[in-house]
Each structure stands twice: as C-alpha cells, then as structure tokens.
Write a protein that binds this ligand. Structure first.
Ligand SMILES: Nc1ncnc2c1ncn2[C@@H]1O[C@H](COP(=O)(O)OP(=O)(O)OP(=O)(O)O)[C@@H](O)[C@H]1O
Length: 367
C-alpha cells in the first residue's frame, strides 16, 4: 500500500525552479490524498500565473509515479495566499541574511570580475561559457550581468522574462544550472543606462545584496568594457574579488594591459589571468590554422601583468551562432570548443587555488 510518507519523500526531489528549494521545504504541498493507488497532490504556487507551473506539475507527476504501487497521479495547482507568501519569505530569511554574505570578506565564494580593456572582444561570450564549464565541473556558479552598456547574458543563455521579486529581493533566474541576474532585467530593453558614479555603485550594491543568491562557489561578474565606474565600485564593495582579463590577440595588447594594470593598482586587485579569445581560426575546409587577428597579444598582456595566460579560444562562427541561439557551446561535452572552455575552467580553478590576494603587478605606467 502507498503511504503518505512515501509520497512526501518523493516530492522532496521536486525543486521549485525559481527558488531552488524542494517544494516540500517551501511548504508548497498543501495536501496529499491516496486511494487505491490513485494519488492526488495539491500544490500551491508562490506567484499567480507562475510561468513554470507546467514544469512543477510534470515533476510532481514524474516523481510520485515512481513510488511503487502508484497507479495514477493527479496534480491540483493553486496559489499561495498573502499570509502563506509572507510565511515563505520568513522561511527564506536565513538565505536573505546570507545574501550579504557574498560581500563578506571571509565568504567562500570566489567573486571574479570579467574585464576587457575594450569592447567587442567576446567578454560576455567567455563569461557565460566559462560559467557553464565551471558548472560542468560540479561547481555552484552565479553570473551577474553588470555590463550596463549592453546586457547580453540573458540572451546568451536563452533566458526570457524577468526575475521573480519576493519581499523586495530578486530571485535569480536559472539556466544550464547557473543562477543568473542581469542588471538589465530591471530596465527596459534598449534603454541606454545613464547611471554614473554613486548611483551606479548603489545599483551594483543592490544587485549583490538584494538578490537571493543560493550558496555559490563562483560568482562571475560580466563587467562593462573598459575601466570605468563599475570596476571601481565593485572593488570598493568587494575588495576580496578577483579580476580576469579577456582580450583578442591584436598587438594593441599593451594598451589593454596598461589600463587593466592601472585599475588593479588603484584597487589592489588580484588578477587571476588572461584569456585570449578569437585567438586563431581553423579553416573548416582545409584545417589550416590562421591567426586572423594577429598573434601573441594575450601572452604579451599576461607577461606585462605578471599573470598566466589561462586559455586561448578559437574564433568560430558556431560560437557566435550558439550565442545568438542562447545555447552555450560549453554545455556540449562532445564539442571541441566546449572542451576548450572546460580546460579554461580547470586552469582557472588551479590558478585560484594558488592565488593569494597579492600586490598589484608592477607595470611602468606613463601618466
Ligand atoms: N570566439 C569567438 N568566435 C566567434 N564569434 C565570437 C567569439 N567570441 C565572441 N564572438 C561574437 O562576437 C560578438 C561580441 O561578443 P560579446 O558580446 O561576447 O563581446 P563583449 O566583449 O562582451 O562585447 P561588449 O563589450 O560590447 O559587451 C558576438 O556576436 C559574439 O557571438
């Protein structure tokens, strides 16, 4: 005979896709009725018209039907009352307190700002694929899209809609096992963001604090190109954060190195390394390797900054296409570019294990 305990146990594996916790823990299971192998489950959703209701319904059906003796599963979806929602927010409050833990200097989350000296080098593409690759290595990864001049992370990950707001805090959206928040999710698309200085600092602080980040091993921050207000704000808020530089191989590398080096000098930031994107092109017809954008830029920057060149990633139209389609290549194990990102993630992990926050690199800077 099927018991209520068996059904509730099965329901523990159903995770609310937005709150990332079991629907049992969230007290979303209102009632379970069992009659001759027929199981009826009443579930209340957190928000009216929850777009993920079908997924929850399917998961409930899937998990309960696995219990031996269950012949049929019926799921009744309802909505939480205001009082139930408030109770849920209170239950989540330990996490809400933990959210500021991300800013705690003793936190175990490695916060890494992905930076580039100039725009269009593929910084967002690298951020997203690196995050997916770290996830494939079993890490818990969040991505904060802080590139206020062009929010592209949600699109690169195929994320639609806006994050849920619970009691004034944002619940990160999820894709490819990542927790994702874009500062763009709260401004209209194509709105030129004109935040500067203190306003920008306040906005960034909110996106670090007022987000219900689950426990993370990594938080990758896609920063705006260049060395403007965001990087400076980030370092003021999280001095223990690291920096990763993405560049193309052009010989103007020294300019980039100077900019980044000067920024790191201001903020006493540890630079983890350099990733050279669009490093080479392999002709799909003849297999010849060509250095379309010149060569050696990544290595040159790395040497000037005194940090390792962690990866060289190819120029490949599939990478652009996968970005347009919102399906990162790093999610496919059998893809050579996907594997290159996993190698980059491994190199980053190794480097992080040995990197202790240090003095900034010495680069002679013309003032
Ligand atoms: N290795 C690559 N091979 C082919 N296309 C790439 C590669 N890396 C990035 N791209 C493409 O280059 C364009 C710019 O990439 P992306 O938006 O990631 O750059 P970015 O440095 O974040 O740009 P911005 O500074 O404007 O925010 C996109 O169309 C992307 O698909």
């Amino acid at each position: 005979m099927v018991t209520r305990e068996q059904v509730v146990d099965a329901l523990r594996s159903v995770i609310d896709p937005e709150l990332h916790r079991s629907i049992v823990d969230l007290q979303m299971v209102k009632d379970v009725r069992i009659r001759d192998g027929l199981v009826e489950v009443d579930v209340v959703l957190t928000v009216p018209g929850c777009p993920l209701r079908h997924r929850i319904e399917q998961d409930v059906r899937g998990q309960v039907s696995r219990v031996p003796g269950v012949r049929e599963v019926r799921v009744q979806l309802g909505e939480m009352t205001e009082a139930e929602r408030q109770a849920l927010v209170n239950r989540l409050s330990p996490r809400r307190q933990a959210r500021s833990a991300i800013l705690d200097p003793t936190s175990n989350t490695a916060i890494i700002g992905i930076s580039s000296g100039k725009g269009g080098v593929g910084k967002s593409t690298v951020t997203v694929n690196l995050a997916v690759a770290l996830r494939s290595l079993g890490k818990r990864v969040g991505v904060l899209d802080a590139d206020i001049y062009g929010f592209s992370v949600p699109k690169l990950l195929g994320i639609k809609g806006r994050p849920v707001v619970l009691d004034g805090a944002l619940v990160p959206q999820e894709a490819y096992g990542l927790q994702v928040i874009s500062m763009g999710s709260l401004v209209e698309e194509d709105t030129a963001v004109v935040w500067r200085g203190p306003m920008l600092m306040k906005a960034l602080e909110q996106f670090l604090k007022d987000v219900l980040w689950a426990e993370l091993d990594y938080l990758l921050i896609d920063m705006p190109p260049g060395t403007g207000d965001i990087p400076i704000s980030m370092y003021q808020l999280i001095p223990q954060s690291y920096l990763l530089v993405v560049t193309t191989p052009q010989p103007v590398a020294s300019v980039v190195a100077r900019r980044v080096g000067r920024m790191a000098e201001k903020t006493n930031q540890t630079i983890l390394g350099v990733i050279e994107n669009m490093a080479y092109f392999i002709c799909p017809h003849c297999g010849t390797k060509e250095d379309i954008f010149g060569s050696g830029g990544g290595q040159q920057i790395a040497e000037m900054l005194g940090v390792p060149l962690l990866a060289r990633l190819p120029l490949d139209t599939r990478l652009r296409r996968s970005g347009d389609e919102g399906a990162p290549l790093a999610a496919s194990d059998d893809d050579p570019i996907g594997r290159a990102f996993v190698e980059a993630a491994r190199a980053l992990e190794r480097r992080l294990a040995e990197a202790v926050p240090s003095a900034p690199p010495f680069i002679p800077m013309p003032r």
